[in-house]
Write a protein that binds this ligand. Sequence first.
Ligand code: CTP
Length: 400
Amino acid sequence: MAKKKVMVGVTGGIAAYKAADLVSSLVKQDIDVQVIMTEKAESFISPLTFEALSGNPVWQDEFSPGGGLSVPHVQLAEQADLFVIVPATANTLAKLAWGLADNLLSSIALVYNKTLLIAPAMNTNMYNHPAVQENLATLRRRGVRIIEPASGRLACGATGVGKLAPVEDIVAAIRWHLFEPKGLQGKKVIVTAGGTREAIDPVRFIGNRSSGKMGFALAEAAWLRGADVVLISGPVGLAPPFGVTCHYVESAAQMRQLVLDHYEEADIVVKAAAVADYRVANPGTQKIKKTDNDLELLLTKNPDILKELGEKKRHQVLIGFAAETEELLANAQEKLVKKNLDLIVANDVTRQDAGFNADTNEVTLLFPDGKQEPLPLMSKESLAHHIFQVVEQLPRFKRN
Ligand code: CTP
């Protein structure tokens, strides 16, 4: 795949130093970055920093271009897949809203005709000023995507809205806009992830080894492909994926309730969670005290969430995971039929490089018509995209 090209416009605010972090993250993701700085931005950060991080010359002045382009404002705009302005000052917002072209950055903005992302950063009073808000409204109306500033302590000492959005969020927004194809646009996807915890008493629980990595990778992949994603996860040590609505649960009963709450409007449900099949029949309301005797716990059956979804299935596409330690394909096939699934991902969890807690996975996809697709070892991220690519081709998905 050809490298994606992103123009990063940096304007003169204290948050300009954070743009260095942004450029560094984008370059690490194999994106070609061209930095355009305004004169004022150079009071806050040296062009040399961006030149070193991006490996490209920094564009400052349209009349002494360098860098081998004769008409930079036109050529840069035409080459780019995406233009982001980080940070955007009130002054630059005003220029863009009014169509001024008094420097290279604002001239490029007039030539450029694809998606423009803007991350404003400024003092709270400036941000709330009607002039700034009206300029932002004008830009939004024209299709510019505003990455809203966060609230917090600002450089001026005040606390309020106006802080540059977290760089990870800006990177995520850029990745979303660069990602193609958007095969799940307009679709609602539910993903469950992680393991459930079944209480023994207020301090102890029965759990399992699921890390949540596969489910989180699926949620992010669905979001990048354009879906509206609800992630329902057991307790995990992972950062919530940007753009995804996350609900955290403990027990299978809580997971079941949330999944059912969202099921009706869902188009696709992927049940990557390792749900406890049993729970303690009578969990202690107080911490169970140690005695000289053995302790017996009676376990009672949990509802099988996926089986219930299979029974209620109407337009939804249902995808299950089969975590197995033996008879991988036979057990997975049985679950596919029993739970009325459209696809099951058979996963041998005894392997070091596949299954629980690994960053990679090697699975076989099984379909209701008996077709099997063994896949090579790959990252959980790549597997997540492959699964949705397969789902997007399913006749049941295309029909709905
Ligand atoms: N699952 C579920 N509710 C349960 C148990 C499992 O929704 N109470 C879902 C899992 O999220 C997964 C699929 O069913 O997508 C298969 O889970 P797995 O644990 O492999 O199978 P089980 O049906 O629980 O059978 P067993 O534990 O006997 O292998």
